[in-house]
Design a protein. Structure first.
Length: 300
């Protein structure tokens, strides 16, 4: 008789707890936007979480107390359905918990077990991935997964969500300059800017030049090679550029108005300081004499 009274008291208390928790959750989740409460949004979310957790624990308490009161799995299931509704829990779940509590195991936590953990995204693996990336920034996800014996997706999650990394292509630069070369360029640019500001230089006074290889056969860009074809037609082909395809080097000097000197390097020749002075700069000076005989190279 005492067991039945204790069981009834437990169920009555759980029903009251559930009703209170449901009312609180409903008030927090369905209230109008203009309703003012005395706590902020973070506190509201915390109350909702605590109320829902309270409901879950109450239902688990009902399953753990009822076997002590002498009820079997079917009776417990009927009591839970009566108190919480038909969708609260399945009969198989109730039977499993009754069997578990009947073996004098009262803990609601899972038993320790061997084998790989449920998730491999642990702090140890996060640190290991970080060390591998620091050692080799070019390392691939598949190689990291092979070394750490974890899945490709887990490595991707660690890199993106936990380390905040993204893999991008390195930026190409024409030259790897030393610190002295960088400093020298800054000094030259500063001096040129000063000449423009005080009026001793004009934009048309600047003569610049460089050399470049020009291939005899022009290759279209990939986007330009696209063609419209029918479903039964094969795409057109484009012969890619070969390693030893014919090309010619040109040395070009130009002003702000356009090219001034275009010099073609003979086949088999190479550019050195002497060739650049005798064959390129002399032609440039000659052109400048004709173009502006009064100023010539003044200010250049």
């Amino acid at each position: 008789m005492n067991n039945l009274l204790d069981r009834q008291n437990v169920l009555d208390n759980l029903t009251a707890i559930e009703t209170t928790a449901k009312l609180l959750v409903n008030a927090l989740t369905t209230r109008p936007d203009d309703t003012e409460l005395s706590f902020n949004e973070v506190q509201q979310e915390e109350l909702i979480h605590q109320s829902q957790t309270f409901l879950t624990e109450a239902r688990q308490d009902a399953q753990s107390i009822c076997p002590i009161c002498g009820l079997n799995a079917i009776q417990i299931y009927d009591e839970l359905v009566t108190a919480y509704g038909p969708d609260v829990v399945s009969y198989r779940t109730v039977a499993r918990w009754v069997q578990r509590f009947s073996t004098e195991q009262q803990s609601l936590e899972n038993n320790p077990r061997n084998g790989r953990p449920v998730t491999v995204i642990t702090q140890q693996n996060i640190d290991s991935v970080k060390d591998l990336v620091n050692d080799d920034p070019h390392i691939s996800i598949d190689y990291i997964a092979m070394i750490l014996d974890i899945s490709h997706g887990s490595v991707h999650t660690i890199l993106k969500q936990h380390l905040g990394l993204r893999k991008i292509t390195s930026r190409w630069v024409p030259h790897a300059l030393t610190e002295q070369q960088k400093q020298r360029r800054v000094e030259i640019c500063t001096e040129n800017l000063r000449k423009f500001e005080n009026g001793s230089w004009r934009l048309c006074d600047i003569v610049t030049g460089d050399e470049t290889w020009i291939y005899h056969r022009k290759i279209k860009a990939k986007e330009q090679c696209k063609v419209w074809v029918r479903k039964d037609e094969s795409p057109a082909t484009e012969v890619r550029r070969q390693q030893y395809e014919k090309k010619t080097m040109f040395i070009i000097f130009f002003l702000s108005t356009g090219p001034l000197v275009v010099h073609e390097l003979p086949s088999g020749m190479s550019i050195d300081a002497v060739y650049h002075r005798d064959e390129c700069l002399k032609k440039l000076i000659s052109k400048l004499r004709k173009k502006r005989p009064l100023s010539l190279t003044k200010g250049i």
